[in-house]
Ligand binder design. Structure first.
Ligand code: PLP
Length: 462
């Protein structure tokens, strides 16, 4: 059905090129227009309310309203709406936020603290920056061949040219002429699909580490620079690492002097029930990227933290060249930085990490009790306030539905009819990552609405 002429929907169709949307069918289907938000809910322009089960894009950690952040932004706009950090310029919010992140950072390799923070505007830019830093570092320390980057199939690291190359999902490569040369993908550590019958999580993790080592040896360790990994793989389907995975992966990386970049863009700031996903899984990264919840998504900002070994290499390189020739106009934008500072203060004051662990346990139990035995559900997985519910056609064989049937997309549409915005990912997994401020009662309501949508899907496909 075509949206009525001159409606908001028609104007959208006539003017907007939508990210992550099937562009041709959008011309006839049109958008859902979201008009306002409060707490964990948003309202469309017809006044219908939806619980946001993924906090927008895994990001609106404080929900869709917060006066303190409005005030922090307004005050900074009045004081100094823009400045930059090029050519050694600085300003208080930049310094304050860097200190706050370093104080909160997980330990780096061998327990050493993170050393410096670089800012960008998005998770993709943070990861692209991290790739460039790895290359620059290895050139500066005299290892010009050590440049290849390993990521994982189904990993998600963003959409800029290098970040999209790291992303291990077909739709981020198809028709884009990606990945670029020098990016390698190793196996997805998903026990549910990847393990042999009877293989324990620990044995499966050993096999993942062996495959990583074989890849490094095949490529020549002298050419492999870094591995990027999300603590929990988010957009690829909310895939949790099997027990002992990161311990074994890190042993391989250290053996061949390969840097580890933890992509904490989703997992950072409490999502997994600890401040960082790295703490949940014993990861000691050389470099850490974060975004999204850093500012509760009230304004765009992302960060790259580097340990001292990496920083010293970058410093050495910049003295050879004359400058560290990287940075964005809005790297550490003062208004975004002021909002991020206030966000981190609010997280501390609200004990939000603890809240995420407690309410997260309630959400995990609710998802398992209500849906693990549902005829359409193969696996319920997750920890803290992040979870995935995977739809399967054959539970015993763990076989997914034919992608052409678009079960995930149909469930999203039914979710909207039932007042919950859902996120379907490849392999018909539904992601849950609600605002960290969600209460137990709101979790129950979200699961009620999801349950109604899932039952409606079961009827629709019968
Ligand atoms: N890394 C991870 C783990 C993400 O989930 C995302 C976005 O969802 C990104 C990077 C890219 O972030 P952005 O969309 O801000 O570029």
């Amino acid at each position: 059905m075509n949206p009525p002429r001159n409606s908001t929907a028609a104007r959208d169709v006539a003017s907007v090129l939508h990210p992550y949307t099937e562009l041709k069918s959008h011309l006839t289907k049109g958008p859902v227009v979201i008009a306002r938000g409060e707490g964990v809910r948003v309202w469309d322009d017809q006044g219908k309310d939806y619980i946001e089960s993924v906090a927008g894009l895994w990001c609106a950690a404080l929900g869709f309203s917060n006066e303190r952040l409005v005030e922090a932004a307004t005050a900074q706009m009045r004081r100094l709406p823009f400045y930059h950090a090029f050519t050694a310029k600085s300003y208080e919010p930049l310094i304050d936020l860097s200190e706050m992140l370093l104080e909160r950072a997980p330990p780096s390799v061998d327990g050493a603290p993170m050393s410096k923070v670089f800012f960008a505007n998005s998770g993709s830019e943070a990861n692209d920056s991290a790739v460039k830093m790895v290359w620059y570092y290895n050139n500066a320390v005299g290892r010009p061949r050590k440049k290849k980057i390993i990521a994982r199939l189904k990993g998600y690291h963003g959409v800029t040219v290098a970040a999209a190359s790291l992303t291990g999902l077909p739709n981020n490569h198809r028709l884009f002429d990606l990945p670029i040369a020098g990016v390698l993908h190793t196996m997805t550590p998903h026990h549910y699909h990847g393990a042999e019958p009877g293989e324990s999580e620990e044995d499966f993790a050993t096999r993942c580490a062996e495959e990583l080592e074989a890849l490094i040896l095949r490529e020549d360790p002298e050419t492999v620079a870094a591995m990027f990994a999300e603590p929990i793989m988010g957009a690829g389907g909310v895939i949790l690492p099997p027990a002992t995975y990161f311990e074994k992966i890190q042993a391989v990386l250290r053996k061949y002097d390969v840097l580890l970049v933890a992509d904490e863009v989703i997992c950072g700031f409490g999502r997994t029930g600890n401040y960082w996903g790295s703490q949940t899984y014993g990861i000691q990264p050389d470099i850490l990227t974060c975004a999204k919840a850093l500012s509760a998504s009230f304004l765009p900002i992302s960060a790259v933290m580097v340990n001292d070994r990496v920083f010293q290499g970058l410093a050495e390189g910049s003295s050879q060249v004359g400058t560290f020739g990287h940075g964005f106009t809005y790297s550490g934008h003062p208004v975004s930085a002021a909002v991020a500072i206030e966000t981190l203060r609010i997280y501390d004051e609200m004990n939000l990490v603890e809240h995420a662990a407690t309410v997260g346990a309630h959400m995990q139990a609710g998802l398992r009790e209500r849906f693990a035995e549902h005829p359409l559900v193969g696996e319920v997985r997750g920890t803290g306030l992040i979870a995935g519910v995977e739809l399967v056609e054959d539970k015993a064989a763990r076989r997914n539905f034919d992608p052409a049937r678009k079960l995930g997309a149909r469930l999203m549409a039914l979710g909207e009819q039932n007042g919950v915005i859902l996120r379907a990912m490849p392999g018909d997994s539904i992601g849950f990552s609600p605002p960290l401020v969600i209460t137990e009662a709101e979790v129950d309501e979200m699961l009620d609405r999801f349950g109604r949508a899932l039952d409606a899907l079961a009827v629709e496909i019968r």
